[in-house]
Ligand binder design. Structure first.
Ligand code: ZN
Length: 248
């Protein structure tokens, strides 16, 4: 790991514009198990029954039971050293932005300012009838008898601004991440296995224009073969060490 870290730090120091791409792995140390892993939310809920637009229309109560569970898990989570390291690199002018597949808001909580959420986030809720914004803090306080959450104005179901299965990635996130990838000559990929498009295409875009791909993942991923350097370690170990080396 030491050799890979120093190689990566050298590449980052020579890069002009560095972008980060993060996924579920970066938040595991914050107490959010990957939805797909043992102990993850998909062990308690069937994604097709609780995380699709169709399910929201057909059975909003069930979707909201899942959302309450999710909000409880995320409500206890705090940013870890990996989130802090990316915020530190951005504050030092060494990182242009973080593109994340996570909906937990932990990058923002750690102090990152330029964050593109590919799958939306749980910091915005809106009425599916009249569009009115609803307070995310109130969502976290909903009791089991108060779901599905309904709009006080029109009675329609209130939903989070997250991307459910089968829903398109928000155009704004697509446009911004495309611009960021185009401007980057280096991308640091942390905690994502590279299997979910279109986020997984960003490293390929950077690489295709001669840029550098640095990967941080304790497990082998789809980026093997694409990455210039692979650091086989958890993000909360590797990213702070990398930031220390780059900023020293
Ligand atoms: Zn409404």
């Amino acid at each position: 790991m030491e050799t890979a870290l120093h190689t990566a730090a050298g590449l980052l120091r020579r890069s002009r514009t560095i972008l980060a791409l993060t996924g579920a792995g970066i938040s595991v140390a914050s107490g959010i198990p990957d939805f797909r892993s043992p102990g993850g939310l998909w062990e308690r809920h069937d994604p097709m029954e609780v995380a699709t637009a169709e399910a929201l229309a057909r059975n909003p109560g069930r979707v909201w039971a899942f959302l309450r569970d999710t909000l409880a898990v995320l409500g206890r989570a705090r940013p870890n050293a990996a989130h802090a390291a990316l915020a530190r690199l951005e504050a030092a002018g060494r990182l242009s932005a973080v593109v994340t597949q996570n909906i937990d808001g932990l990058h923002q909580a750690a102090g990152s300012r330029n964050v593109v959420e590919f799958h939306g986030g749980l910091r915005r809720f809106f009425c599916m009838g009249c569009g009115r914004d609803h307070d995310p803090a109130a969502a976290a306080r909903l009791g089991p008898d108060e779901i599905p959450w309904r709009c006080e104005d029109c009675g329609a179901v209130v939903r989070p601004d997250i991307v459910f299965f089968g829903e398109p990635i928000p155009l704004d996130a697509l446009r911004k991440s495309g611009q960021l990838a185009l401007a980057a000559d280096c991308i640091v990929v942390a905690g994502t296995s590279g299997e979910v498009a279109p986020a997984s295409l960003l490293p390929r875009e950077v690489k295709a224009r001669g840029g550098i791909v640095v990967e941080i993942n304790p497990m082998e991923s789809a980026y093997k073969g694409l990455a210039d350097v692979s650091i086989a370690a958890a993000a909360e170990i590797a990213l702070p060490a990398l930031a220390d080396l780059v900023l020293s």
